[in-house]
Design a protein around this ligand. Structure first.
Ligand code: SF4
Length: 675
């Protein structure tokens, strides 16, 4: 009997047109849980490092997490993994909504797709009946429109659909996979879906998921619901409204955008507008938001209502969550109503709301600087908003200048030359980051930015406040009910952290403390990503309902496997290391692990080197950031060290890497994986 998981994956080879239901090894669940953990294992085993993102041999995996489909509140994430055309490393992007639970109810833990279809197709997974269906009539259709048409065609309104728009079809590196109430957007996974020739996946499931100890499990779920209610009634004082509660950043509920609009940069990470937020703006933005937001909505089995239905006269209704409304608004130095309007078109095209506005603002900055000229932008309107729409239309079609911009700012700058690289200044590992430029180096964030495998800070941070509270009294009040800490010492670290003086950034938290804090935050994200839990209820917000102390009981009662905190942390560490191993094998090294050049004004090269040195040691990695043979052995990842040794990445007797792989990487960068 398999508990929590179905025990079956769906294997689809689009080149051969084959569909197989394959039973999985139950030991994999014990070692990696599921979700991101088993995705990384499959990519490691089946996709050698020579494979390019747009090769038929690349896999595109849609995975449920271990707890998806169980009554665990918020366990609804679909974890999509593949090789990213943007970074050339492993991509894993997650979406909420209803897709993963439905897939579990259809009887599958994952859909693993390889090969390429000669024609555009969609997959229809209806419990045991699975079909590859023609999608030629859906070519060029928007992502939401595609979902609507498929539901009508199948006459199955309860099916869940994940689809790409024009951007995915045209292999735009910032293409997303859209799923009505959510999307998996980062790192170009929609481009890989388009490259494989899949327009959409529709799924309908009506089976049950077995739970090992149901009474105990339901009791735990009720405790989580009670906690959510209590936290909802008591937002954390002293934290900006957007982070004072639970859920994904509550942009759809909250109008107070002071923090984002004055702390984040406008344009392509260009200017900070400290005085932007006034009473007048606040009132205007409240009116705009309330006039377009028709209702708040949640993902499967969650009371948090992080998303909203947006209805604007003259354009189709769509769903928005998080802060796409701001990314377009701020990139274009425009108004909130512009953000709401352009986001509808961008959602239909299926593009990432972080990278796309930055690529467009980047193009306009190059134009202002004379690096791009009228010849590059024939027919471009004269107003900024008009230019954004014009650029968006060209990017998703890869037309003219849009063809270069469609590869993101890093690759576009390489191709454009003439100093354009200076303007692509907000990337890590070739990927756009949140547009922030801050004053003093924060050692914890330095480590997260440099070493995060997701290459996206919101999927690494959480748990520990982003900055010290001004007074000791406030800090004392904060730590009083801080039950989520894995160790009491974290309370002391926070109590002693001060905005100025000896105990402030960059030398406090100390190097050792910074390593421990990052490790804790990262551990929680890796647990969530294996369980399919929404980070908004666990790893992302302060004082969440799920944490290291109650997760073992959830997992044990769901699966019947007895696991304690130490065992859970070991699985998280194993998964984290395996994702890194995939990237190391693809050539990632210490030289790649740096924040955007001007992310902080005040930099401390010696301290930064020390932070990386100590963090690598803390994690059991060598000076190049490669997990050592010993640390891999401790995590039962000997197969990784054997492969590293065979490839010359590690030596059998010591752990210093050879230079060969870095050279291979240079060759790859210069030789054609990019645009
Ligand atoms: S917290 Fe928000 S984003 Fe997360 S599952 Fe609930 S509604 Fe969805």
């Amino acid at each position: 009997m398999r508990y929590a998981e179905t025990g079956f994956n769906l294997e689809i080879d689009l080149s051969r047109g084959s569909i197989e239901r394959v039973e999985t090894d139950p030991r994999l669940m014990e070692l990696y849980f599921g979700g991101l953990g088993t995705n990384a294992k499959i990519l490691w085993d089946r996709v050698p490092p020579e494979v390019e993102p747009f090769s038929p041999d690349n896999l595109l995996i849609f995975s449920t997490g271990l707890l998806c489909g169980t009554p665990a509140i918020g366990a609804n994430r679909t974890i999509v993994s593949t090789l990213s055309p943007q970074t050339l490393l492993m991509a894993y992007s997650m979406m909420g909504g209803f897709f993963a639970p439905e897939l579990k109810y259809a009887g599958y833990d994952k859909v693993i797709i390889r090969g390429k279809s000669p024609n555009l197709v969609y997959l229809w997974i209806n419990n045991d009946k699975v079909e590859i269906r023609d999608a030629s009539h859906l070519q060029g259709k928007g992502a939401s429109e595609t979902a609507e048409l498929i539901l009508q065609e199948l006459k199955e309104p309860k099916a869940q659909v994940a689809a790409i728009g024009l951007a995915g079809e045209n292999r735009v590196y910032m293409a997303s996979i859209e799923h009505g109430r959510s999307s998996a957007s980062r790192l170009g996974i929609g481009a890989v879906m388009g490259d494989k020739g899949i327009k959409a996946i529709a799924v309908r499931g009506t089976k049950d998921i077995d739970i090992a100890r149901p009474d105990e499990f339901i009791e735990l779920c009720n405790e989580v619901l009670e906690y959510i209610k209590a936290r909802d009634d008591n937002p954390i004082p002293g934290v900006m409204p957007i982070l004072a509660g639970l859920g994904s950043p509550q942009e759809m509920k909250i109008h107070d955008e002071k923090w984002h609009t004055t702390s984040f940069m406008w344009g392509n990470a260009r200017t900070r507008r400290r005085d932007f937020w006034t009473e007048e703006i606040e009132e205007k933005w409240r009116e705009i938001q309330e006039s377009v937001r028709t209702r708040l909505i949640s993902c499967y089995n969650c009371p948090m209502k992080c998303g909203a239905i947006i209805s604007i006269p003259g354009i189709s209704t769509y769903m928005m969550k998080c802060y796409s409304k701001l990314t377009y608004t701020m990139a274009a130095y425009s108004d909130l109503d512009f953000g709401f309007k352009i986001a509808q078109r961008a959602t239909e095209y299926g593009v990432d709301g972080f990278s796309t506005p930055q690529a467009m603002a980047f193009a306009l900055e190059l134009y202002e600087a004379g690096i791009l000229t009228d010849q590059d932008m024939p027919g471009m309107p004269s107003d900024t908003e008009g230019r954004f729409y014009w650029l968006l239309d060209r990017i998703v079609r890869r037309e003219g200048i849009g063809d270069m911009l469609a590869n993101g700012t890093y690759w576009a700058a390489q191709k454009i030359g003439k100093g354009a690289e200076e303007y692509a200044h907000n990337n890590i590992k070739k990927h756009e980051q949140l547009p922030l430029k801050l004053g003093m180096l924060n050692p914890v964030y330095f480590l997260m930015y440099c070493t995060g495998e997701k290459i996206n800070i919101t999927q690494i941070e959480g748990q520990f406040p982003q900055e010290p509270f001004p007074t000791r009294e406030e800090r004392e009040a904060f730590v009083k009910d801080w039950i989520q800490v894995p160790d009491e010492k974290f309370k002391q670290y926070f109590l002693d952290w001060e905005p100025r003086g000896e105990h402030s950034n960059p030398y406090y938290p100390t190097v050792q403390m910074s390593c421990e804090i990052v490790d804790w935050m990262e551990m929680m994200h890796y647990i969530d990503d294996a369980l399919g839990m929404c980070a908004g209820l666990s790893s992302f917000p302060l004082k969440p309902p799920y944490h290291i102390h109650n997760y073992p009981a959830f997992i044990s009662s769901a699966t019947g496997i007895d696991i304690d905190e130490a065992g859970l942390s070991q699985v998280a560490k194993r998964n984290r290391t395996l994702v890194r191993a995939v990237n190391i094998r693809r050539g990632m090294r210490r030289e790649d692990e740096k924040p955007p050049e001007d992310h902080w004004k005040k930099r401390f090269p010696e301290l930064e080197e020390k932070l990386l040195d100590e963090y690598y040691k803390f994690k059991g990695w060598n000076t190049e950031g490669i997990p050592t043979k010993e640390s891999l052995h401790e995590l039962a990842l000997d197969y990784v060290s054997e492969d590293f040794i065979k490839r010359g990445i590690l030596r059998d007797t010591e752990t210093i890497p050879t230079k060969a792989t870095s050279k291979e990487k240079e060759k790859k960068e210069g030789g054609g994986s990019g645009p």
